[in-house]
Design a protein around this ligand. Structure first.
Ligand SMILES: [Mn+2]
Length: 337
């Protein structure tokens, strides 16, 4: 189930978990299905294995994913006094993405980085980074399998959440057999996946759809329709009785790629506190991570993001300008090849 080059690092992590008593598990800010699912799946398994486990998510557990989370207190204090044997950070390209400062003695507390982002900085003492993995949940499934840790239907429900959401229901380009093998292992536990299907297919609220409608009416096309862009101002959201979170939940980021000629998209939007966000998406190999990294963010080749405390129009100008060049260069190279 695991690419051979990663077997050694996974064996090392398995041995460290076996030796450890107290383990802290964390993931990134504004946790998505993969961050929430991977933390909760690993935490459940480690607890079932008799470990003392702390979970840390700076922004807490999102309400719509709460059904996969165990009934434990989640650490949210900015500085964490980590007297743990291990800290395991999931689904995060660098340590600051967690939002936490971990006060740890590196002699006593080993930091393990488990992630699939191509922009990962290898910040751990041990780095299990597999950029071909569909999700952190796929990687946790492989780890639990390899380490022979508890993997029952409760663990499986958590891991299925991230596997399905991060792979866009197994529709991402370049998805490997290992993602489907992880799904098979999850389903073999007998887990009832209906709560996940309900959340995905009928879990939206009115404001999510209003934002979607706004986006579909107001996006613009550039570069011979190859690039779709959309700006959502805070005043637009107020007018729709919606908030920043509805933009993420609306499905717009991927929807803008459903036009046959459109291979890249960027949505630029504004939060109540003046922070502005960009979410980039692409298909067919256009590297949007490069654009996100150049703008202080990160992510994957086909899905990346960045945020900054500047006016939305300023961020939009830069994002659209950089994306235009990225898309034009990509097609220019293809046409000359
Ligand atoms: Mn992920």
């Amino acid at each position: 189930m695991l690419p051979t080059e990663l077997s050694a690092v996974v064996s090392k992590i398995s041995a460290l978990i076996a030796e450890s008593d107290k383990i802290l598990v964390a993931a990134h800010l504004r946790p998505d299905g993969d961050a929430t699912g991977s933390v909760s799946g690993l935490v459940k398994s480690l607890m079932k294995a008799g470990k003392k486990v702390d979970a840390a998510l700076f922004d807490g557990v999102p309400e719509r994913f709460a059904f996969v989370f165990p009934a434990i207190e989640v650490l949210r204090n900015q500085v964490i006094e980590a007297d743990h044997d291990l800290i395991i950070i999931l689904d995060s390209g660098d340590e600051s993405r967690t939002g936490f400062t971990f006060n740890r003695d590196p002699q006593k507390t080993c930091l393990i980085n488990i992630d699939h982002h191509a922009s990962n900085t290898m910040f751990g003492d041990i780095n299990y980074v597999d950029t071909g993995a569909s999700s952190a949940c796929e990687m946790v499934a492989a780890l639990l399998h390899h380490a022979d840790l508890p993997f029952d239907s409760e663990v499986a429900l958590s891991l299925m959440l991230g596997l399905v959401t991060d792979s866009r229901s197994f529709q991402n380009e370049g998805i490997r057999a290992s993602a489907h093998l992880a799904a098979a292992k999850i389903l073999q536990t007998g887990v009832d996946t209906r709560p996940i299907l309900n959340m995905l297919n009928s879990g939206k609220c009115e404001a999510d759809l209003r934002v979607q409608g706004f986006g579909l009416s107001n996006f613009k096309l550039h570069c011979q329709n190859r690039l779709a862009t959309l700006i959502i101002r805070h005043s637009d959201l107020t007018g729709l009785n919606a908030s920043f979170a509805n933009v993420f939940a609306s499905g717009l980021f991927n929807q803008m790629l459903s036009i046959s000629e459109t291979h890249a998209s960027v949505v630029i939007f504004e939060r109540e506190d003046g922070m502005s966000f960009c979410e980039f998406r692409s298909r067919g190999g256009i590297d949007v991570k490069e654009v996100a990294v150049a703008m202080g963010g990160g992510g994957h080749v086909p899905a990346s993001g960045c945020s900054r405390a500047v006016a939305v129009d300023e961020l939009a100008r830069e994002a659209i300008d950089r994306m235009t060049r990225q898309v034009d260069n990509f097609f220019a190279k293809q046409e000359s090849a």
